[in-house]
Design a binder for this molecule. Sequence first.
Ligand code: AMP
Length: 511
Amino acid sequence: MNLALHLRRSALAFGERPAIAIGRHVVLDYGQLAARSAALAAALRTKLGLAAGSRVSLVMGNCAEYLELLYACWHAGLVAVPVNAKLHAKEIHYILAHSGAQLCFTTPALGSTLAEAVKGLAVEVIQTESTAYQTMLKHAPEPPLVLADDTPAWLFYTSGTTGRPKGAILSHGNLRAMSFCYFTDVDRVSPWRSLLHLAPMSHGSGLYALPHVMRASCHVIPESGGFDPTEAFDLIAEWEASVFFAAPTMIRRLIDHPADSDLSNLKTIIYGGGPMYLEDSLAAIERFGPRLAQLYGQGESPMTISALPAEVHADREHPNWHARLASVGMPQSAVEVAIRRDGEWLPAGGVGEVVVRGATVMSGYWEQPDASRETLRDGWLHTGDYGFFDEHGFLTLKDRAKDLIISGGTNIYPREVEEVLLTHPKVVEVSVIGRPDPQWGESVVAFVVSTGNPPPDVAELDRHCLEHIARFKRPRAYRFVTELPKNNYGKVLKTVLREIETRELPNKQSQ
Ligand code: AMP
C-alpha cells in the first residue's frame, strides 16, 4: 500500500484543516497540500520522466515544501533520500553518489553547498523557489501508484557517528508499521494536534510526520527552520495541543531556558535518538510535568524498537520509578526484541547485544551487501547497542558495542560513569571514553563541561565517583572542555573524543 494514500485520505476528510504552518501562520490546508503533492508527483513522472524506483534526494532544511515533496515521491513510486541540510558538501556528495539520485530538491539558501556537492555527478537540481518548481505544481494529478508493501520508500542514511553513512532501505510497509506503533505505544494523534518540527525533518521529526499526516494534524515549522529554545516556547504557547520530538541534548537546553512560559497547550514531548541521563529525565519531569515519552530506535528500525510511555514517567510512586526512567521502556508492538551474546539468547538481567525483528525492520542497506549480511543475521537486526531486560520486560541500554571500555579484562559501561558524574553539581555535560593503556588494555577518560572557571577539583570528582561506583570504573583522567563535539543531530561524537585523546595526549591536563 502506497503511503501517499494517507495524505489523500486526510485531504478528503479534513481538507479545510491546517496542514502546514510557518511559525504562527498557516500556509497550506490539507486540501492544498494533497493537491500540490499530487501535481508534483505527476511532473516527476511525466515531465521529468522518472521511472518507479528512481531515487530523489531532498537536501533541505525544515520547510513547507518538505512534506509535499516527500509524499510526491511516494505518490509517483519514487524513493525519497532525505539528507540533513547541515552536512558538509562532501558528505552530501557521497550520499547523492551512493544512492544514485537522479534528481535533488533544495532551497535557495543551500544553492552554493549543492553546487559544490553535485560536482562530477549527473544529478539535476531543482530549487523550491524556482520557476521550474512552480511549473511542476501546474501538472494535472493522477492517482498514487499502486505499490507492494516492500517497495522502498525512504533511504535513511544513518547519522554516521563512525565511518561513512549507510542507507537503510525503509519500505512503505516499514513506515506504515512505524506509524501504527506510534499510535499504540507512544502518543495519541488527531486533526486537532500540532506537531512542532524542532528537529530535522530529514531524520526523527520527518519520520514522525507520517502518523501526523495519517491523522491530519498540523505541521508547524519554526521560522528559524529548527531549534531555538525561545522560539520553541513561543510556538508551544501559540499552537493547539502541541507535540514535538527532541534529542536529549535539546531537552537539556529547554530545561535550562528561563522558565515563565505558558505550557498549557503542550501535550507531549517525545525524546530519544541518544541516551537520556536519569538526572535530565528528572529535571525534565520537574519542568514539563507528566508530558514526556521516550522512544528508542535506529535508522534500521526507524523510531521503533522500544518506548517508555508517558504513564511510566508520571508513576512516581512505583518502586522502580528511577530504574524505569533510566530504561528505554518496553518493546514496541510491531517488533520482537531480544538480547544475544556469542550466539546465546540471554534471560532477564543478562547484558548482550539488542536484536530486533518485525515489521519495521529494514530489508538491508542500499548497495552494501556485506554490511547488510553482517547486520541482519538469522532474521534479526543486530543493533550494535548493548543492554538488558529486567524481569518486567523493561529494556535498559548500556552502550554501543564500540563504546564499551574493557579495562583489565573487565567491561566498563561509559554510561554508568557518565550518570554518576552528571549528579555532581559542577558538571554540566560529560562523555566517557576508553584510551589505550599499556597496563590495563584501556583506561577510562572523562571529558567534562563544567559550570565555570575554575573547573571542579579532580580529587573532588574522584571522591564523588568512589561514593557511587566501583574503584576500577572511575576515570583515570579528566579533560575539561568548553563543549563536546556533536553531530548534526546533537549526538556526542565519541570517535572524535577518542581521536583527540590519542592525538593530543601529551599536552592535556590529567589526574
Ligand atoms: P540513528 O540510526 O542515527 O537514529 O541512531 C540510532 C542509535 O541512537 C541507536 O542505535 C542507539 O545507539 C541510539 N539511541 C536511539 N534512541 C535512544 C534512546 N532512547 N536511548 C539511548 N540511545 C538511543
